[in-house]
Design a protein around this ligand. Structure first.
Ligand code: PEP
Ligand code: MG
Length: 759
């Protein structure tokens, strides 16, 4: 393809663009478009067939053929020339169409007088969406320039069809070539609950602002700049990762580098721009062409490479677009949002207005990732690890999320809707039972009182204090209010926040955990360096001790917010006694300062540690001499004990919290704290899962803290437990060589009529 060819096309593309941007319905624009194309390429006929449900190509617009054939003439895929083009996603350029073996004569069209034929598939997202064809009476083959013209024009037609105004979304075609039908997908349950809403992609598919450009030279420069930036970014990534030795990720990065430097790919991009496409449209067109070729390929290696190309194209689009986009800022979000992402950080979820969020679906994700914790605070069902989520659900698809059974129903039929109504009814029944139990003492059959508490972080969590009838807040994650702000809150702002919490807690105890930022909880306004292993990096108390003014301001605000009431403070991620001493001495200084300025000090101050780093187990004695309480952060403790990243779906559930080793550690801890007379509680996610909470009671825990939505089921469970008998049973399991004790513990619950259904 030469540059002159591209240059000659520009006026045509300008006119096509003009027809596209005219007012009128999608169908009117299509009618206008076939007229323009016929006039510009000097064709006597120009027709557009659109793929409809059931693999049928329907004549949608024509210039030259009998207009009464519109919406009447239909061809199956592989039927006639049009069907052949759709079946093989290839171009047909014929001097005499009627002599082609595939020619299928349709009398209603009146096409018998035309001989030459040029047809081009309309591709979008790896699917054939339709066919564009031109015809002339004279027998001649079309020129390379004419073929290229149609190949450019179909990019616009693809947009028009994919826009959904021409045919309803329910009629569009999936990647497998099937009509869009109801779909059921499964994953893992990260948060229970049932919700109904509309699919919203967290990172919307790129909307291309302009398809054609009048200044291809400028577009080439934009492409070169974006390619340069992208390649730099990938090379940088590669350079850093390489330091950690060879591994699978290096191979993946190497594959990316190969794609990004692939000369064939780069040449096709440049050619598409020379023909008059904008850089973004060129990336999309080339990507669509590659997709089709790879879809037709049978080689699994080639199919796998598709992901590399897709990823690179996405990255390149990001470098081309002015701002990176997420749907959070979209003013037209539906009222009921089912959010879809591959994975996301907790801050990104908090960007959405909570009253719209109905459910979260993730391609990756794990139960103890912080985004899951925030979703739990928002009380929305979450299903994770859904294979091909982002390619199989389209924006605005109606979706039902059944977090209890880890199922997702896309475009559900009547029967499913009825079934879900039943599930919702059953849940409501259970909730009623839990609500009735709320006033009942959380006491085991043998009279052991279990203190149930809430994990909280958003102010709305505190409203649950009354509804759940718990004793207090066992973990207040102070970083969550920081994450939803635009800037670091002042001492006054924080004081106000803590005062509100005290007021809403209405005399109930609140355990404030100082800031646990870092890891996957980044503050948008606090820039830390990228880290290789952020969970084990600069986070929590480490940041606090290195930036003492931040900790001091927070402690000052907590003292002032308490305003003479009891204050409980705990420090996260303490790895050694010296860190606790350092943090506590900062607290001491703040108390002194407050006293000097004539402020009111807390009537009672309790200072504790979150046990999350296994190393601290070997400093228990000196630690227990110094703390008022310990709270086990089992999410972090578990990930460090088993060396499994809690946010990495490949390993996060490789081991079980109900393993003999973690349970033995916890047992030991309970015994040591009992001996030392130090209060112990547990506030990781395991406390909210009935069978795990039951096990904790068996280990001797009498205080546990969980997400509000989990309280009902845990209370119902513990009231059927005989703590002494359970304790004996659990003790007998601790020395087993098993991978997990879950089956045995579940069987114990079932044998003893202990209800362990989740909320
Ligand atoms: C934990 O690690 O168990 C915990 C409660 O803290 P977070 O989940 O906020 O890290
Ligand atoms: Mg933690």
């Amino acid at each position: 393809m030469t540059k002159t060819v591209g240059t000659a096309l520009r006026p045509l593309l300008r006119r096509v663009q003009g027809a596209m941007s005219s007012n009128g319905t999608a169908h009117e624009r299509l009618d206008e478009l076939v007229k323009v194309i016929a006039a510009e390429v000097v064709a006597e006929v120009c027709t557009v067939y659109v793929m409809r449900a059931g693999e049928v190509l329907e004549l949608f617009a024509t210039e030259g053929l009998n207009p009464s054939a519109i919406h009447k003439t239909r061809l199956r895929v592989d039927e006639g020339l049009i069907g052949d083009i759709a079946a093989h996603a290839h171009v047909l350029n014929l001097a005499d169409a009627q002599t082609h073996p595939k020619f299928a004569f349709r009398p209603e069209t009146g096409e018998e007088i035309y001989h030459s034929f040029l047809g081009v598939p309309i591709l979008r997202g790896g699917r054939v969406r339709g066919v564009l064809a031109i015809q002339n009476k004279a027998k001649r083959e079309y020129t390379e320039e004419e073929v290229e013209a149609l190949e450019m024009i179909v990019v616009v037609l693809a947009e028009l069809i994919a826009g959904g105004d021409l045919i309803g979304r329910s009629e569009q075609i999936t990647a497998d070539g099937n009509a869009i039908l109801p779909l059921r997908m499964t994953g893992i349950s990260i948060n229970t609950g049932v919700a109904v809403g509309e699919a919203v992609l967290h990172q919307p598919r790129i909307q291309i602002p302009e398809m054609f450009s009048t200044d291809p030279e400028a577009e080439q420069v934009r492409l070169q700049n974006a390619l340069y930036q992208m390649q730099q970014a990938i090379d940088k990534l590669f350079a850093v990762k390489e330091l950690s030795g060879r591994g699978e990720h290096n191979e993946i990065l190497e594959a990316y580098r190969l794609v990004a430097h692939d000369s064939g790919w780069l040449r096709r991009l440049k050619e598409a721009i020379s023909s008059g496409l904008t850089a973004e449209a060129a990336v999309q067109k080339v990507q669509d062409d590659i997709r089709i070729r790879m879809n037709l390929a049978t080689d699994p290696y080639l199919k796998e490479r598709m992901h590399d190309f897709d990823d690179i194209a996405r990255r390149l689009q990001q470098h081309l677009s002015i701002k990176p986009i997420t749907a959070a800022r979209d003013v037209q979000l539906p009222a009921d949002v089912v959010l879809l992402a591959d994975n996301m950080g907790p801050t990104e979820l908090l960007d959405y207005e909570p009253h719209r969020l109905r459910a979260l679906l993730l391609e990756e994700g794990s139960a103890t990732a912080h985004v899951a914790i925030v979703a739990r605070a928002l009380n929305i069902p979450v299903v994770g690890r859904i294979t091909d989520l982002l390619t199989r659900i389209d924006p605005n698809d109606p979706v039902i999320v059944d977090g209890d059974n880890a199922q997702v129903f896309v475009r559900p039929g009547e029967d499913i809707q009825q079934m879900v109504t039943k599930t919702i009814d059953a849940r409501n029944e259970r909730q009623k039972i839990y609500a009735a139990l709320k006033e009942e003492e959380p006491e085991t059959l043998d009279g052991q009182r279990i203190s149930l508490n809430l994990n909280a972080g958003l102010l709305i969590d505190l409203q649950n204090l009354k509804d759940t009838g718990v004793d207090g807040i066992g973990l207040y994650r102070t970083e969550i209010p920081f994450m939803v702000r635009e800037e670091f809150p002042s001492v006054e702002g924080q004081t106000e926040l803590y005062r509100n919490i005290y007021e809403m807690a209405d005399g109930k105890n609140v355990m404030f955990r100082t800031l646990d930022i870092g890891g996957d909880k980044q503050l948008p306004y606090f820039h830390a360096m990228a880290e290789e292993n952020p969970n084990m990096g600069w986070r929590a108390v480490r940041v606090a001790l290195d930036r003492p003014s931040m900790l001091r301001q927070q402690l000052r605000a907590l003292i002032r917010g308490a305003n003479g009431r009891n204050l409980s403070i705990m420090f996260p991620m303490i790895a050694e006694v010296a860190e606790f001493e350092a943090a506590k001495s900062i607290l001491g200084r703040e108390l002194e300062r407050e006293q000097k300025r004539g402020g009111v000090l807390p009537s009672q101050l309790r200072v504790g540690v979150m046990l999350e780093v296994p190393g601290l187990m070997w400093q228990l004695r000196p630690l227990l001499d110094r703390v008022d309480f310990l709270s086990v952060g089992s999410n972090d403790l578990f990930q460090f004990l088993f060396a499994t990243d809690r946010g990495n779906p490949r390993v996060s559930d490789r081991y079980d919290v109900l393993s003999p080793s973690l349970l033995s550690l916890l047992k030991n801890l309970v015994l040591e704290t009992e001996n030392a007379g130090v209060h112990i509680s547990l506030c990781g996610e395991m406390a909210g899962n009935p069978v795990e909470a039951m096990t904790l009671i068996g280990l001797g825990f009498r205080t546990i803290s969980m997400a509000p939505v989990k309280v009902g089921a845990v209370r119902a469970m513990l009231r059927q437990v005989n703590a002494v008998a359970l304790s004996k049973y659990v003790d007998g399991l601790l020395n087993l060589p098993d991978h997990s004790l879950r089956q045995k513990l579940t069987a114990y619950a079932n044998d003893h009529n202990i209800p362990i259904a989740e909320s």
